[in-house]
Design a binder for this molecule. Structure first.
Ligand SMILES: *Cc1c(COP(=O)(O)O)cnc(C)c1O
Length: 393
């Protein structure tokens, strides 16, 4: 396929491998292994396998390869490795590059499990981790040192929706020879331009917008051929975090409609952010796509849109937030995001419950905070549902 196609075309066609039957919809090769015609062929394949030659589904599989090629084409990276979950991708992207004695700088506003890897696992293996406020470029300049191997951050961050400047952090990191690894779930592959902005490795939980219909876990690590085949593939294929062929098939079909869903979800987020501004029951409304967000200019430059998630703080803390959540009729209470169904979460009591209160306060995770992942429902229905539920507070 030619490289100059636009993303919407790539999302439907890139990476397709048709079997001898000429199927229209991508085939699901639900097989862990592959038969060799002869013993010599088996030997040859273990020595060097070609692009259409597979050995074992932990290493690769035709359906998984179609998904990897399609999402890499969308992101604009040379290659990708699909993983069993988003966390298998984050863990792989960190562990494959790090060794004892290395230094890591990370933005502190992170998904709970990412924070666990950085705070609890990496230090056990002699990796020195510095957590900083990722929005503060001076903090990056102060923290990155000659022995810094890698910089890691999430942008937009969960759940306070802070934006880290990928281009500026990449310049700071590269000046010291450090790799830049971005967990870009909230930007989605639709809005991400992380490669052009300097990121070396981009990680997604495809459980979120790529599936987008709440069915399967998955993840992907994207980057140059050298990084993916040189460091990531050997680590992933020997440690077992491979994506199942069935989930790859779900994700591949998810990519076809992802842009349509994500743009509709973003429109809904903007409608809701607008409708909730200044609401008497709320102390703040956070949406990166709204002009009231302190980093609105940065997010416009970096992504061209504000994404599918907004957060708002309900006056009255836990009781008020719980009354609101229990009064919702359309949006469901759950902890996934990026789904076709709108999902509301109280992060202080669910996804970030584990954090000490001081750390919650530092990250803006107040008791009244609700993270609202916009689905693809009718925006007027969602607006009415939220306004009605706020009445119950
Ligand atoms: C969900 C999520 C993850 C983890 O992904 P799983 O598929 O649940 O393992 C990592 N980072 C971010 C930003 C996420 O939203």
């Amino acid at each position: 396929m030619s490289d100059d196609l636009n993303p919407r075309t790539k999302a439907v066609h890139a990476g397709t491998r048709r079997s001898q039957y000429g199927e229209v919809s991508e085939a699901l090769f639900l097989t862990q292994g592959f038969v060799y015609d002869t013993a010599e062929a088996a030997e040859a394949r273990f020595l060097q396998s070609g692009p259409d030659e597979f050995i074992y589904a932990r290493y690769g599989n035709p359906t998984v390869a179609m998904f990897e090629e399609r999402i890499a084409a969308l992101e604009g990276t040379e290659d990708g490795f699909a993983t069993a979950s988003g966390m298998a991708a984050v863990n792989g992207a960190l562990m494959a590059f790090l060794k004892a004695g290395d230094h890591v700088v990370a933005g502190r506003a992170l998904f709970g499990s990412c924070l666990y890897i950085l705070e609890n696992i990496l230090p056990r293996y002699g990796v020195d981790v510095t957590l900083i406020d990722g929005t503060d470029l001076d903090a990056w300049r102060a923290a990155v040192r000659p022995d810094t191997r890698l910089c890691f951050f999430e942008t937009i961050s969960n759940p306070a929706l802070e934006v880290v400047d990928i281009q500026s952090v990449s310049e700071i990191a590269h000046a010291q020879g450090a790799l830049v690894v971005v967990d870009n779930v909230f930007a989605t592959p639709v809005y991400s331009k992380a490669v052009q902005q300097g990121a070396d490795i981009i990680v997604y939980s495809t459980t979120k917008h790529v599936d987008g219909q709440g069915r399967a876990l998955g993840g992907v690590i994207l980057g140059s051929k050298e990084h993916i085949r040189g460091a990531i593939e050997p680590y992933m294929k020997h440690t077992g975090g491979a994506m199942s062929p069935f989930n790859a098939w779900v994700m591949l079909k998810g990519l076809e409609t992802m842009e349509l869903r994500v743009r509709a979800q973003t429109t809904n987020a903007m409608v809701l952010a607008e409708a909730l501004q200044g609401h008497e029951k709320l102390s703040r409304v956070i949406y990166p796509g709204h002009s009231s967000h302190p980093q609105h200019d940065l997010v416009s430059r970096q992504m061209g849109a504000g994404g599918t998630i907004l957060s708002f703080d309900i006056k009255g803390g836990r009781d008020a937030a719980f009354r609101f959540l229990n009064a919702l009729e359309i949006a469901v209470i759950s902890n996934n995001l990026g789904d076709a169904k709108s999902i509301a979460t109280p992060p202080a009591f669910t996804t970030h419950q584990r954090l000490p209160d001081a750390q919650k306060a530092e990250l803006g995770i107040t008791p009244g905070l609700v993270r609202f992942s916009c689905g693809i429902e009718d925006p007027q229905d969602l607006e009415r549902d939220i306004l009605r539920a706020l009445e119950a507070v």
